[in-house]
Every structure is written in structure tokens, then in C-alpha cells.
Write a protein that binds this ligand. Structure first.
Ligand SMILES: Cc1cc2nc3c(=O)[nH]c(=O)nc-3n(C[C@H](O)[C@H](O)[C@H](O)COP(=O)(O)OP(=O)(O)OC[C@H]3O[C@@H](n4cnc5c(N)ncnc54)[C@H](O)[C@@H]3O)c2cc1C
Length: 418
């Protein structure tokens, strides 16, 4: 929060203390500046009206951040998952909906970029992939194209238990897409929908998952349903219907089967939803400190910091925040192909911790700051509502993290009870 201070906000992760690289230091500083100077002031409007933060996307494009995970050889910034996550967390401090929707866009570059480079492909697949992703990256860098990432369907597919029900049927020159996606953030605002679907065969298999970049204006796409949710209102996550939508071969963002390989070999790909909520956790803590010091813009300069109960509450919040940041940062260090079992377990722990603690910190902030802090003219009640959405995001909801963690702590792969 900027508060009354004119000086820039401090980094969430001090570059010296946390050993950030030069690129991480520069990109997090850029995101913080954009967030503090531009996004923070606009966030209330997107939330109140439940509209997509398009003005922020113009700034993200201008600053090069739309191409953060586009590999350098394609003229992007070439950030890896950790660098992206640290940058996105800084954006999440100021506008959760921008950070969360930016994640959907960035995933289309991270998955097709450094992540795909780590996965085995035949020479022919690699050649086609490199050519196709070049088309995709050029649209983003030159035209500012924005990508959405609709994969949820309301059933077990997005949870990772079944093949996607949205089907791709092979036809001359390309594919016909049919199906329905729910909660498609950026619906109506994205230029392309990065759709996960299954090749239409007699027996559907998760191994035949396909990933297409479908132009938002393609014939056969409709957007349905209204959008008036509790939090993350600026994501505008409405439903998408695909009815005989034709896409050419080159719309494939990954060769067939490679998304499934990524799920198996690169599980940290699913932690990319956490940075928005890590940023919200920091923002809830910062707001509390500023508020108790009587330094929040738009509130009387009344200090409340001298009360022992408030000091205890802030101490508890600081402990929770530091614990959350520590496990999250270590999880980012672990992110790589074929992580060890302990690294995967820690990824579940980190996902759960960030998603649940961001909401816990926001609720502690409200209790500690008191009644006047929940006015809609202040960001705290929005942080509280936005933070509640984190644990609901598939495939690694808080519940599913607990399920996986408990089982995998007790069983080795292939082990069964008699
Ligand atoms: C603000 C916001 C933005 C979003 N943006 C996107 C987006 O851009 N793209 C996208 O694809 N999705 C998005 N989502 C959707 C999100 O990832 C989930 O898919 C969605 O919240 C699931 O809602 P549901 O009511 O179907 O969940 P649930 O009913 O909880 O889960 C759906 C299915 O998953 C399985 N499942 C869930 N929990 C368990 C469990 N504990 N054990 C076993 N099976 C389980 C079940 O089959 C269940 O029917 C967004 C959600 C929110 C809140």
C-alpha cells in the first residue's frame, strides 16, 4: 500500500537478503513501480464494476511484461518460473485480479517456452513447436495479444482425474473444437483462448490432451453467464461455449501428448496461481502496519499501535507472513523438471500455505485494524474477498493439496494395502 508515504514501497523479497538475480531485482522493481503508481489506484474500479483491467494490460504490454516468459531467442524477457512468480507477487500486492489474469496469459508462454524446452520431443515435434510458438509469441510482443487459459469444466477433468470433456476432432487442415469451459478468466477481453481439450477417439485419454490457441473471434464461440462473484471480480471469468470451432494445425500451442508430459514431469507448473495470493498476503500485512501507525491515505492520522493486543496481532501476522514467504520461496527454488518426492510434497505445502494464509492474514488484518478499516474506500475488504478465492483454484485446491499430501506422505508410488 502506498499510504501517505511518497517514497516507493519496499520489495517483498529484498534482493540482498533473498539472493535475487539482477533480472529478478529489475523485474520485481518494475512490477512494484507499475503496481504502486498505476494499478493500486485503479483496482477499486475493476472490483466494484466487475470489469477486466484493460488499462493495466496496456501498461503490461508497454513495459514488456506481457512477454515476460517468452524465451529470449524469440525477443521476450526470458524469465523462468521463479522470476515470473516473484514479479507477479509484486503485482498482486496492488491488484489481485490483474496478477491472477496475468498468470493465465503468462502460462501460455511459460508452458510453451522454458517448460516445453525441458520436455522430450521428437525432432519433428520440436521443429513444428518452435515454428508455432514463434507465431504465438510474435502476436504478443508486436500486437499486445492477450491469452486466457480456460481449462475448468465443472467436473473432475480440471482436478486432473479425467480427460477434458472438450473435444478436438481431426478434420482436413486442422481440428474442430466442441465443449464448454467454466470460469474462463478474461472471457470477452482476451484475444486468444488457450484451450485444453482431448483428441476425439473412441476411448478418451489424458495422454491425448491437446492445447490450442483459439482466436477469440473464431466462429462458433459464445460467452455465457453473468459475473458477479465474491472476489477477484476483475477477472470476469464467464463461461465459454465452443461449437464446431475450426482451428488450423498451427493453432496447437504444444504437440499432442506434451501437456500430459508436463503434468507428470513438471508438477510445479500448477503453483503459478500462488503469486497473486502471496502478494495479497503481503498487502494485508502492510495495510495493517500502516493503519495502526495512522498512515493510510484517506483515514484520519489516528495511531493505534500503542495497544498491546494490536502489537501481539501484528507479531502473529508477521510470523505467518514470514513462514509463508519462506516456504513459497523454497518451493520456487525447487521448481524444475522431475523434482524429487520431497520437492513435490513441499509444492503442495507451499500452495496450501499461500492460499490459506493469504485469507487468514486478511481476516486478522480486519480484526486488528477494526471497523473503520472495512470501508469500500479502502483496499482491505477487497483483499479479504479476493484472498478467499485462492484455495478454490483447481487443480491444486486447498482440499486437493491436503488429499495428495496425506496420501503421498504415507504411501510410496505403487504401494497398496493388502
Ligand atoms: C476468480 C476465479 C478465477 C478463475 N479463473 C479460471 C481460469 O481462468 N481458468 C480456469 O480453467 N479455471 C478458472 N477458475 C476455476 C477454478 O480453477 C476451479 O475450476 C473452480 O473454482 C472449480 O469450481 P467448482 O465449483 O466446479 O469446484 P468443485 O466442485 O470443488 O470441483 C470440481 C470437480 O473437481 C473434483 N474435485 C474437487 N474437489 C475434490 C476433492 N476434494 N476430491 C475429489 N475430487 C474433487 C470433483 O470432480 C468436482 O466435481 C477460476 C476460479 C475463480 C474463483
Amino acid at each position: 500500500m502506498a499510504g501517505n508515504k511518497i517514497e516507493p514501497d519496499k520489495p517483498m523479497f529484498d534482493p540482498d537478503s533473498w539472493g535475487l538475480t539482477k533480472q529478478q531485482t529489475d523485474l520485481t522493481a518494475l512490477a512494484r513501480k507499475l503496481g504502486q503508481e498505476k494499478f493500486a489506484g485503479r483496482a477499486e474500479k475493476w472490483d466494484r464494476e466487475a470489469i477486466f483491467p484493460m488499462a493495466n494490460y496496456k501498461d503490461l504490454h508497454k513495459s514488456g511484461l506481457l512477454g515476460i516468459c517468452i524465451p529470449k531467442k524469440y525477443k521476450g524477457l526470458g524469465a523462468d518460473q521463479k522470476t515470473y512468480a516473484l514479479t507477479a507477487a509484486e503485482i498482486g500486492r496492488y491488484c489481485g485480479a490483474t496478477a491472477l489474469t496475468w498468470n493465465m496469459h503468462v502460462a501460455s508462454c511459460l508452458w510453451t517456452g522454458s517448460l516445453a524446452d525441458d520436455l522430450p520431443m521428437s525432432r519433428e515435434q520440436r521443429k513444428n513447436h518452435n515454428r508455432r510458438r514463434g507465431i504465438h509469441y510474435e502476436r504478443i510482443l508486436k500486437k499486445g495479444a492477450i491469452y486466457a487459459q480456460p481449462f475448468s469444466e465443472g467436473g473432475a477433468a480440471a482436478a486432473g482425474f479425467r480427460p477434458f470433456g472438450t473435444l478436438a476432432t481431426k478434420v482436413e487442415g486442422g481440428w474442430l473444437i466442441n465443449g464448454k469451459k467454466i470460469f474462463a478468466s478474461l472471457a470477452g477481453s482476451a484475444d486468444y483462448y488457450g484451450v485444453l481439450c482431448t483428441e476425439d477417439k473412441e476411448i478418451l485419454s489424458r495422454k491425448d490432451t491437446m492445447y490450442f490457441g483459439i482466436p477469440a473471434n473464431a466462429t462458433g464461440i459464445t460467452i455465457e453467464g453473468d459475473w458477479d462473484p465474491l472476489g477477484m471480480r476483475g477477472t470476469v471469468s464467464r463461461n465459454l461455449i465452443f461449437e464446431n470451432v475450426f482451428v488450423p494445425e498451427d493453432a496447437a500451442l504444444m504437440p499432442k501428448g506434451i501437456y500430459f508430459e508436463a503434468v507428470v514431469r513438471w508438477p510445479h507448473m500448477f503453483t503459478s496461481l500462488t503469486p497473486s495470493y502471496m502478494g495479497i498476503a503481503q498487502a494485508a500485512y502492510d495495510f495493517t502496519v500502516n493503519y495502526l501507525r495512522g498512515e493510510v491515505e484517506g483515514t484520519p492520522p489516528v495511531k493505534r499501535r500503542m495497544y498491546p493486543t494490536k502489537q501481539h496481532a501484528v507479531a502473529e501476522m508477521r510470523i505467518m507472513l514470514e513462514q509463508t514467504k519462506a516456504v513459497w520461496f523454497q518451493m520456487l527454488n525447487d521448481a524444475k523438471p522431475n523434482p524429487s518426492k520431497d520437492e513435490v510434497l513441499r509444492a503442495y505445502v507451499a500452495q496450501y500455505t499461500v492460499m490459506e494464509n493469504s485469507n487468514e492474514l486478511a481476516q486478522l488484518a480486519i480484526r486488528t485494524c477494526g471497523g473503520q478499516s472495512i470501508l469500500k474506500s479502502l483496499p482491505l475488504e477487497r483483499l479479504y474477498r479476493d484472498s478467499r478465492c485462492g484455495g478454490l483454484m483447481l487443480p491444486w485446491t486447498s482440499e486437493l493439496c491436503i488429499d495428495k499430501l496425506g496420501r503421498e506422505c504415507l504411501y510410496e508410488r505403487g504401494e497398496e494395502d493388502d
